[in-house]
Structures are given as C-alpha cells and as structure tokens.
Write a protein that binds this ligand. Structure first.
Ligand code: CYT
Length: 150
C-alpha cells in the first residue's frame, strides 16, 4: 500500500493524471504498478487499477490474475471493480474511500449510485436495439467447440 500511495503522489506531481496509484502483487512480490494516466494519454479508462491489471497480465502472459492481489490508493470505481472481477484477482486492499474521492471531484460515488437505480431512473439513457440480430453471435459462441473461455 505504501507503493500504491507513493504512485498516487507521483501522478499528481508529474501532472500525468489523477491522484491514484495501484500495484498488483503475486506471492508477496510486486509484479505490476501504475498511476492514473487518463489526462496524459487521453484515455478515460486509464485508471491506476486498469493500467496495473493490464501490465500484470502482460507480465504473466495471461488474462486471469488468480493468485494475485491488488493494492489501490483509493477504493476502486465501478469500471475498475468490473475489471477486477473479470481479471479474477483474489483480494483488494484500498486506502482512500469513494466518499474521499467524491470530495475532491471524482465521480466514483455517483456511478455507484447510478448502478443502484433501475435503468429507467438513471441519468444515462440506455436503450436496447436489435436483440434478435445480436443473439446470433451468442448462439455461435455457445456451439463453438474450440473457444477460449474466460
Ligand atoms: N479509484 C480511482 C478513481 C479514479 N481514477 C483512478 O485511477 N482510480
């Protein structure tokens, strides 16, 4: 967590992104570390946690981080939490909370609140189109013998 927090400070001082840092640990060793890079890379998904997960997967040459733990300087936002579940990390440690992040202008808490609402009550319109056509790829996937599942 010391390293994750140090990265969050580096992020602020370097001007490369928001005040967030994260590290991925396996068997007690740091295998990947990152700070937020949203504004310096024009990538709204370049949260510290996402960048660290991408790097860890590259290092381990895998799309699943089972056996790894994530240390993040702030409670993960819903996007990062989704990535954490998809990556199958074992555990998450965090320092600042989403309420702390909200206080300095980061939307993590707002997105959590949106997710608690029924789709019809959310700020973001989400409209279904062409479900029958889209199902074709799902059917093909289900029938595919040599697929790589995740
Ligand atoms: N928890 C976080 C919120 C926003 N940006 C980040 O990199 N991390």
């Amino acid at each position: 967590m010391n390293e994750a927090i140090a990265l969050s400070v580096i992020s602020v001082r370097s001007g490369k992104g928001g005040p967030f840092g994260a590290v991925v640990v396996k068997d007690g060793e740091i295998i990947a570390k990152a700070h937020n890079q949203v504004t310096s890379t024009n990538d709204p998904t370049a949260h510290a946690e996402i960048v660290a997960i991408r790097d860890a997967c590259k290092v381990l040459q895998t799309f699943q981080l089972t056996g790894c733990e994530l240390y993040t300087s702030c409670e993960p936002c819903p996007m990062c939490l989704g990535a954490i579940y998809w990556a199958r990390l074992d555990k998450v440690y965090y320092a600042n909370t989403k309420a702390d992040a909200a206080q300095i202008g980061f939307d993590d808490k707002f997105i959590y609140e949106e997710l608690d609402l029924p789709i019809s009550d959310r700020k973001l319109p989400i409209i279904q189109l062409m479900p029958d056509e889209a199902l074709r790829a799902f059917q093909e996937w289900q029938e595919k013998i040599d697929k790589v599942e995740y």
